[in-house]
Design a protein around this ligand. Structure first.
Ligand code: CO
Length: 158
């Protein structure tokens, strides 16, 4: 496995719409493991492919250190409620801000073995998934956050 370079805000790669993943093979699974390792080494809870310069619709999420989700071509098919909480992002070092997101979601995706999955999520997991899916459409949390502060860490980063 290898650590990948994390792109930071200002890099145009973070503003692109990502393309669907069409081929899931061993090489691609190795890339997922590199994303995971890169996320963990930066104390992140989620990472999306464009953050390491790859314009494909895939993200890796692990908010509790126990449940890792590799989400390929993820789509949110249900949203309910709204909640505001403080977020950070591996691509926006030392910036934090309050973001309103759906409180509960259902996300459908393909896993690393090509199997279709559906996941109902709430709390930090739902927030993190919404944050990562925004990355796949070229959106950063600092574009939608309120009360942005510098250098004050209140939550985990994605
Ligand atoms: Co992020």
């Amino acid at each position: 496995m290898a650590l990948l370079e994390i792109k930071t805000a200002g890099d145009p790669v973070l503003k692109q719409i990502c393309a669907p993943v069409e081929k899931i093979d061993k090489r691609f699974r190795n890339f997922l493991d590199d994303m995971y390792e890169t996320m963990k080494s930066s104390d992140g809870v989620g990472i999306a492919a464009p953050q390491v310069g790859v314009l494909l619709r895939v993200c890796v999420v692990d908010v509790d250190g126990k449940n890792r989700y590799d989400m390929i071509n993820p789509v949110i098919t249900f949203r309910e409620g709204s909640a505001v909480d403080n977020e950070g992002c591996l691509s926006c070092p030392n910036l934090f801000g309050d973001v309103e997101r759906a409180e509960k979601i259902r996300v459908e995706y393909t896993n690393r073995f090509g199997k279709k999955k559906s996941l109902d999520a709430d709390g930090l997991l739902a927030r993190c998934i919404q944050h990562e899916l925004d990355h796949l459409d070229g959106k950063l949390f600092i574009d939608i956050a309120k009360n942005i502060t510098k250098g004050r860490r209140k939550n985990d980063e994605a």
